[in-house]
Design a protein. Structure first.
Length: 364
């Protein structure tokens, strides 16, 4: 079993299946306390360090514990809102510079294998690494790690190609001391119908006897518009029942909002706004009823989201976690079966003459 650490761990969704690839996460770091507590509820045996990795004391503690535990795998998913489309792509967002902490951590600890995951915008975004030097983040990662002996493979991959029933393109860096870490073969897509099609229909505010399959309550106007909206289309496509103000004038918005997803494709990217009909691609596909209206005029339930993310129905959610918190952490996740596919062919062969664990760590 390879021991490893998770930085910017959220609630540990990405690492849920890593044991299937003989990887045991023993150390984790998360800034936000509620998420750290959520993580510890799921993984009580993992040493969770709650705090800011840019704090020198927290950083040193993480480095020391990584070495003490003889970890040899690192999973790093630094916050990406400053580089995402949903986050308005703010080049001045300080979160964009967290990758510097990741690189410094790697230099101090020298794990054999590393995954860095982020939004696709990372490949085009620059950072200032000092007052006089601006560099693309991807080049900073590659230059920093290749110069100390790592093989770096990177590209844009989609979770939908790897056992996950929703589209989620990410920038993935597979980094190894042993050899070039190859990307896995793509797989057939799993559709929304295959993932959630057998769950009972629900209307706004309704519940079922299935855990976490209950519908959020929406306002009457949103319900009306969505009842007239066919599968895979937006209420903005409707001739009469389109999003409108109380005076009847059309609400300005994007065609990806007030939109039902398709049954026979993977779902669109799940975002933190998954609880809002007026946000992007969040409404249940619905079924045409005898009255020519469409059922399920609502956002997806938490159970439906769990399945589309790739988590089991019995995922161990703490009872104290609010629906908003659950929806937010699911909307920010690195899908777990995506992560599992990446590590299934993790380089394990030690090159002849490869130094021992301790000697592989250069002094920095």
């Amino acid at each position: 079993m390879i021991k490893g650490a998770s930085l910017f761990s959220n609630v540990g969704i990405d690492e849920f299946y890593l044991n299937d690839a003989d990887i045991e996460i023993v150390l984790a770091n998360e800034l936000l306390k509620k998420r750290a507590d959520f993580y510890s509820h799921i993984y009580p045996n993992v040493d969770m360090i709650c705090g800011d990795i840019t704090d020198k004391n927290i950083f040193k503690l993480l480095v020391d514990k990584f070495i003490e535990n003889e970890c040899d795998f690192l999973l790093a998913t630094p916050p990406c809102q400053g580089m995402s489309i949903a986050g308005k792509m703010n080049k001045n967002d300080e979160r964009n510079k967290l990758i510097i902490q990741v690189i410094e951590f790697i230099k101090k600890t020298r794990p054999a294998n590393i995954i860095i995951e982020n939004v696709t915008g990372l490949l085009k975004f620059p950072i200032w690494i000092n007052k006089n030097q601006k560099i693309l983040i991807k080049d900073y990662i590659i230059n920093s790690l290749e110069s100390i002996g790592y093989y770096v493979n990177y590209g844009i991959l989609d979770a939908a190609d790897y056992d996950t029933p929703h589209f989620r393109k990410r920038a993935i860096f597979l980094i190894s001391k042993y050899k070039l870490w190859e990307f896995p073969e793509k797989k057939n897509h799993i559709t929304v119908r295959e993932a959630i099609g057998k769950l009972p229909s629900l209307e706004s505010g309704e519940s079922s006897d299935i855990k976490y399959h209950y519908a959020k309550r929406h306002n009457d106007r949103h319900i009306l518009w969505m009842k007239h909206t066919p599968t895979g289309t937006s209420a903005y496509d409707n001739e009469i029942f389109y999003p409108q103000k109380k005076d009847g004038s059309k609400i300005k918005g994007y065609s990806t909002t007030y939109k039902r997803i398709w049954w026979d494709k993977p779902a669109p990217t799940i975002t933190m706004g998954n609880g809002s009909i007026s946000s992007q691609n969040n409404v249940h596909p619905g079924r045409l009823m005898k009255n020519n209206l469409y059922s399920d005029a609502r956002v997806l339930t938490i159970l439906e989201l769990l399945r589309l993310v790739g988590l089991p129905d019995d995922w161990n959610i703490p009872e104290w976690a609010s629906d908003n918190l659950i929806r937010h952490v699911l909307g920010e996740c690195f899908p777990p079966k995506f992560a599992l596919n990446l590590v299934m062919n993790i380089p394990k062969t030690i090159i002849e003459g490869e130094p021992s664990y301790e000697k592989r760590r250069w002094s920095v």
